[in-house]
Design a protein around this ligand. Sequence first.
Ligand code: MF3
Ligand code: CO
Length: 256
Amino acid sequence: MSWDRNIVIKSKAELALMREAGRVNALALAAVREMIAPGVVTADLDAAAEEIIRKHGGIPVFKGYPGAYPYPASLCISINEELVHGFPSKRRLKEGDIVSVDCGTLLEGFVGDAAFTVGVGEISAEARRLIEVTEQALYEGIRWMRPGNRTGDVSAAIQRFVESHGYHVTREYTGHGVGRQMHEGPQVPNYGIPGRGIVLRPGMTIALEPMVLVGTPRTRVLPDQWTVVSADGSLTAHYEHSVAVTEGDPIILTLP
Ligand code: MF3
Ligand code: CO
């Protein structure tokens, strides 16, 4: 599948709307981050996020998203070896888990899409380092989001940073353009070759999302047909921001 024919340049006014969608999305994610603690039921995180999104006039855009069957929740909550697309459920978080929370908000016609990974209580040194490297990889990618650079420059920066720390990037899931639709062009993988790919232009809006695995780049999908796990059961992490390319510095749209 290629989304690259579906690249939409946003006007200043449209970027302002995207910033608003991103802001509400960030409020929901911040509230969830505050709630995360040992013993918390992940479905309660989902309910809290949905309430905040709706209170601000938004719609949780993941809910009903097409796949093997419509995505059933507002958040993706992916724990430990779960890389992305885990379901909120009756499961309780426990000390030492690392939990990735991904959230998307549709507000006034535009989508904000972002994710973070955080430890539950005390976590191992390895888990801490994995989370730090994944977050930093996102910012390494964002630094390259300037007009005239190419998607391959962004992808390669993420890959270089992650692999230099001995971790792996997924080959099967990618960052993506974001706008009126959650998934637009261009596709921005977490691996790539500098100088290749689509040329970035002001007004492009891209959800960059490093998905990082400790033991292998390989993944598999659980029988629920959504939850993606590392093939070897090793720890994983995920960070994401929706970001606008401008004439100057890139603008992170999904901040509070
Ligand atoms: N951030 C993810 C993505 O961009 C979340 C999608 S989950 C889905 O693909 F359920 F909506 F598919
Ligand atoms: Co995304």
